[in-house]
Ligand binder design. Structure first.
Ligand code: HEM
Length: 402
């Protein structure tokens, strides 16, 4: 039970987390050397408690190995540690407020026609094919195009951005020391920074009505510490904006394949698109857990957490807690209420949530309209072995036209 990367934990997290929750909603994990929180109330409580539970993994013992090798992994350490997702209040709120201006409901809604057009362009050519690589042809393409256009990244850089983001993800999502992984992460960070720096600089002389221009202007006013900090948070957007959304769409397709009547239900009631997306986030959300670090002694559930202890808030487990959700293993696209924790909770709750919701709802709506079924063809679904993201290694499908 201690192995968070066991075959069961990676490929059947419902069962694995369920067994952990049966022991206790908050358990010490000797192997990871930290607490794993699996109860809904306890996970939400952990997210709310940002005073005592820090998001900062760079000043505590966590990044020790990276810091001691700071000259080798200079870019990785500099830029990764500037991501505002790892910051605590009040600085976190300061930066989040600046970036959030780009994610107002109106700004995101304005992207809908373009997202709709992209969904059609990607979905139509799948017709009549019986072996579509769903990531390569759809699930990866949509979010990466959207976020790249949003930030002004040139289209020809998209494939590279994918590889670099994956390499960065391997550092962020997987704990432990591994030189090769850190080395690739360093290279990926250097490449992403080199890609974004000229784009950021161009916004100084030629500002547009977009996120990067807003961030550059904020820096010029002194609201960001430096150009590097602007670039770091642009890297965060690129990174956070596509892998998660890609997995949300793919995990949704798998859920529908298991519950084909829900596919027809969405087709017959396209108004359910909004609750559909929430149910995919709950039933098989792309982020399984986020880590926190205790700044002082505290209590979660009935466990005493010590200073500097690591705490894994397993929202995937929370989202299947029968104390919170009736029939948690049923995929019900009209589920209401559905207070899932798939985007986290509290002050760090996903900033890109409106964008992710928009992309996924447009994708599911059009795919159900166009296809009577998207049949999963990959015989045995396997997931990437990490503690944070719920991501399939591959997903091949056969879309059946209506
Ligand atoms: C934060 C999940 C899509 C940008 C988060 C957090 C979660 C999450 C769980 C909280 C992290 C924490 O508490 O430590 C997801 C999921 C997505 C998604 C499941 C897709 C389905 C996006 C997109 C963007 C984005 C499309 C950007 C365009 C961010 C940013 C943060 C964040 C900037 C940091 C917020 C903060 O610390 O205040 N996301 N995300 N995410 N997400 Fe997302």
């Amino acid at each position: 039970l201690d192995d968070l990367l066991s075959e069961e934990a990676v490929n059947d997290p419902v069962r694995y987390y369920g067994r952990l929750r049966d022991v206790s909603p908050v358990v010490w994990n000797a192997r990871w050397s930290g607490w794993v929180v699996t109860g809904y109330d306890e996970v939400i409580g952990g997210y709310k408690n940002h005073e005592q539970l820090s998001s900062d993994r760079f000043t505590g013992p966590f990044a020790e190995s990276l810091r001691t090798q700071a000259s080798t992994y200079e870019q990785l350490l500099t830029f990764l540690s500037a991501f505002f997702v790892w910051k605590d209040q009040p600085y976190h709120t300061h930066i989040r407020t600046l970036v959030n201006k780009a994610f107002t409901p109106r700004a995101v809604e304005a992207l809908r026609p373009r997202v709709r057009e992209l969904v059609r362009q990607l979905a139509d050519p799948l017709e009549g094919r019986d072996d579509v690589d769903f990531f390569a042809e759809f699930a990866f393409q949509l979010p990466v195009i959207v976020i790249a256009e949003f930030l002004g990244v040139p289209p020809e850089a998209r494939e590279d951005v994918k590889v670099w983001s994956e390499d960065l993800g391997a550092v962020i999502f997987v704990n432990g020391d591994d030189d090769e992984r850190h080395r690739r992460g360093e290279e990926a960070m250097r490449n992403l920074v080199d890609l974004l720096r000229p784009i950021v600089r161009a916004r100084r002389t030629d500002p547009r009505d977009d996120l990067l221009s807003g961030m550059v202007q904020a820096e010029e006013r002194g609201d960001f510490l430096s150009e590097d900090e602007v670039i770091a948070n642009a890297v965060l957007m690129v990174f956070a904006g596509h892998e998660t959304t890609m997995n949300l769409i793919a995990n949704g397709i798998v859920a529908f394949d298991r519950f084909p009547e829900q596919w027809q239900r969405l087709h017959d009631n396209p108004d359910l698109a909004r609750t559909t997306v929430e149910e995919v986030l709950r039933y098989d959300g792309p982020i399984k857990a986020m880590a926190r670090f205790a700044k002082q002694p505290l209590v979660i559930g009935d466990q005493k957490i010590g200073t500097n202890d690591r705490v894994l808030l397993a929202m995937y487990a929370a989202n299947h807690d029968p104390k919170q959700f009736g029939n948690p293993e049923e995929f019900d696209i009209a589920r209401m209420p559905n207070r899932h924790a798939g985007f986290g909770y509290g002050i760090h709750m996903c900033l890109g949530a409106p964008l992710a919701r928009l992309e996924a709802s447009e994708a599911f709506t059009y795919l159900t309209e166009r296809y009577s079924r998207i049949e999963v063809r990959t015989p045995e679904l396997r997931y990437n072995p990490n503690m944070v993201s719920r991501s399939l290694k591959r997903l091949h499908v056969a879309p059946h036209a209506r």
